[in-house]
Design a protein around this ligand. Structure first.
Ligand SMILES: Nc1ncnc2c1ncn2[C@@H]1O[C@H](COP(=O)(O)OP(=O)(O)OP(=O)(O)O)[C@@H](O)[C@H]1O
Length: 610
């Protein structure tokens, strides 16, 4: 896909940036984790040599000095204590590192998501899969990757120590045990590759499962779920998705258990042969009892450490592959850059030149060469049937989509060349699918201008203009009332009474008030802001919006043509093209689509009045 660069490439240089996160996120815990793990890695070798020392001491001089035996056995006991304590200390620092790393990684990801230049990332199944995988990676990678790297590091210390000991005592045993360990490493790598493939294959199913789960528990969906009896329908679908993921996982697990069991048997036979051979040599007195104890400790220890290393490499490899999705979004996705200095204020007409847009190469064109001029300081209405492309054009004007072809110029400057976030700060847009935030009434409004988040007078003034003040002021806690069905305003019992839910039209006025918090906007876009309002409210809202945003360039979208007939210009969009342009009188005289729609609506009102 055009907005997912490097989709098919694997990037082997990921390891360094990935490892850096742990030390960036939590330097002291990461150092503690590493240090205690390294010490833990030395213990098995130290125990093997301490055991050999004690056993050889006892075998060669059974009646040796009590103090010597006490010293050696105490040392062995101390090592036992260390081996019991060190993993717990390492675990403590590991958990702290992971917690900090998870927060850091998720924050980086959400910073990137918040700055994605193009909102098609959130409307496309492929990119949504990527985002889901990246989110998974930011949650699981710190655990997997850090655990993998540090436990591999620990395992390497153990393996080097034990194999080094074997090399000193018997190069033959060293060779055999080292050889027996290799297949385990390869098998683990293979399993990791299969697991990442499985995660990529099942991401759609797991996103669908999340969707069904969220529908069943959603406060917005519960009415329809009850009325249409959809609860079991969605539950069954959710279970089907889980079952299909489970089946795929079980197939993989079965394959890997078979492979690993065969390899483990191979290793066990070699290790067993080594032990038997060593034991016979003790009998021949060619090997000391202490040496035999080192063989046995090393054989078991190396096997364990190799498995730990192989698992570490496998987990590390798997999380590195998963991490690619994360890295792609955090480092390579096109983001909206912000200007370090304030951009010169925008002025002049907005020109839409031969604008074409489609969501991807394999979907239909939505805009097919739109040409339109929005005169500076004037109100232009955009009307058209459902699906004609009005909201798509709005998103392009807001810089939320990138034009596929053509351009949008503001005062002669292509908006693609303007700092995106700065450009968007100059726009007020009230969308038809506005948000209802589970926050207080005041917060719902002040989100429109974060610079004035605590400016209660400005919030109230915006609410008055939107016709929301009279009912917001009457709420149990006034503007501090929580507008939510899912959260209380606070934890205290007294706050529980202040939680309120508004009607659709009341919510819409809150959304309008949010839009009105922005002042001096260069462009004001009203994408059907009044569809949920009663007629009286709609009339006063239009009047207020027209008065309040005088001087701004305005784009009004509405299916109620009576609401936009006084606009300076009216553009009719039909199937992705501007089919008619003029003021109300001109378009009525043309006798085209506008005339037909207006007459239809007007006659409806006339009939109703009879
Ligand atoms: N994310 C998307 N991916 C693919 N097609 C889309 C997407 N969003 C909208 N469309 C399609 O684009 C076309 C135009 O949609 P748009 O929302 O711009 O129409 P509209 O004129 O605003 O309609 P309405 O009056 O119903 O709000 C529709 O055919 C719609 O199916």
């Amino acid at each position: 896909m055009r907005f997912l660069p490097g989709d098919t490439e694997r990037n082997p240089r990921l390891l360094i940036p990935v490892l850096r996160f742990a030390f960036r996120a939590a330097p002291i815990p990461a150092a503690g984790y590493l240090a205690f793990s390294a010490l833990g890695g030395v213990i098995p070798t130290a125990v093997a040599w301490a055991t050999k020392g004690l056993l050889d001491g006892l075998a060669t001089a059974p009646g040796g000095s009590a103090s010597e035996i006490l010293r050696k056995s105490s040392f062995l006991a101390a090592l036992g204590v260390a081996s019991a304590v060190l993993p717990r200390l390492a675990r403590y620092w590991q958990t702290r590192t992971q917690r900090a790393a998870r927060l850091w990684l998720r924050d980086q990801l959400f910073q990137a998501l918040n700055r994605l230049r193009d909102i098609t990332w959130f409307e496309n199944p492929v990119s949504l899969d990527r985002i889901q995988l990246a989110l998974n990676a930011s949650t699981t990678s710190p655990e997997l990757l850090l655990g993998a790297v540090v436990s591999s590091f620990q395992a390497v210390i153990t393996i080097v120590g034990l194999l080094g000991s074997l090399w000193i005592i018997s190069p033959v045993v060293f060779g055999l045990i080292a050889l027996s360990s290799l297949p385990v490493v390869f098998s683990q790598l293979m399993q990791s590759r299969e697991q990442i493939g499985l995660a990529e294959r099942t991401v759609q199913a797991s996103r669908r499962e999340i969707f069904y789960r969220s529908v069943i528990t959603s406060v917005n969906a519960v009415k329809e779920i009850r009325i249409f009896g959809l609860g079991d329908f969605f539950r069954e679908r959710m279970n089907d998705e889980t079952r299909s993921i489970n089946r795929a996982e079980e197939r993989l697990e079965l394959r890997s258990v078979r492979r690993q069991a065969a390899l483990a048997m191979f290793s066990a036979v070699i290790v067993g042969a080594c032990v038997v051979w060593s034991a016979t040599r003790v009998a021949d007195r060619q090997v000391s009892i202490g040496d035999l104890s080192v063989f046995i400790a090393a054989a078991a220890g190396v096997q364990g450490a190799v498995l730990q290393l192989a698992t570490g490499i496998g987990d590390g490899y798997r999380s590195l592959l998963a991490f690619e999705n994360y890295q792609r979004i955090v480092t390579t996705a096109p983001v909206a850059e912000d200007s370090p200095t304030r951009m010169a204020p925008l002025s002049g007409d907005i020109e839409v030149n031969d604008l074409w847009f489609r969501h991807s190469e394999d979907t239909d064109w939505i805009l097919k060469g739109v040409n339109l001029r929005l005169a500076a300081g004037k109100a232009t209405a955009l009307v058209g049937l459902n699906g004609a492309g009005k909201s798509t054009l709005v998103k392009l004007l807001c810089g939320l989509y990138e034009p596929t072809r053509g351009s949008i110029l503001v005062g002669g400057r292509d908006i693609r060349t303007l700092p995106r976030q700065e450009y968007q700060r100059g726009i007020t847009a009230i969308f038809q699918d506005y948000m209802c935030y589970d926050l207080t009434a005041a917060q719902n409004i002040s989100l429109g201008d974060l610079d004035r988040f605590n400016d209660r007078a400005a919030v109230r003034a915006a609410a008055v203009k939107a016709g929301a003040d009279e009912y917001l002021a009457e709420l149990p806690n006034g503007y501090d009332t929580m507008l939510s069905r899912i959260f209380f305003a606070g934890d205290s019992a007294t706050n529980r009474v202040s939680q309120v839910h508004l009607s659709g039209g009341q919510w819409q006025r809150v959304a309008v008030a949010r839009g009105l918090m922005r002042h001096d906007s260069y462009l004001v876009i009203l994408d059907e802001p009044s569809s949920g309002l009663d007629a009286e409210a709609e009339a006063s809202l239009h009047e207020e919006l027209l008065r309040g945003s005088a001087g701004s360039t305005r784009l009004l979208i509405s299916h109620r043509l009576s609401a936009v007939k006084d606009a300076d210009a009216i553009a009719v969009i039909v199937d992705g093209r501007i089919a008619e342009l003029g003021d109300h009188r001109e378009l009525m005289a043309v006798g085209g689509t506008y005339h037909r729609l207006f007459t239809l609506q007007a006659s409806g009102y006339a009939d109703a009045g009879r």
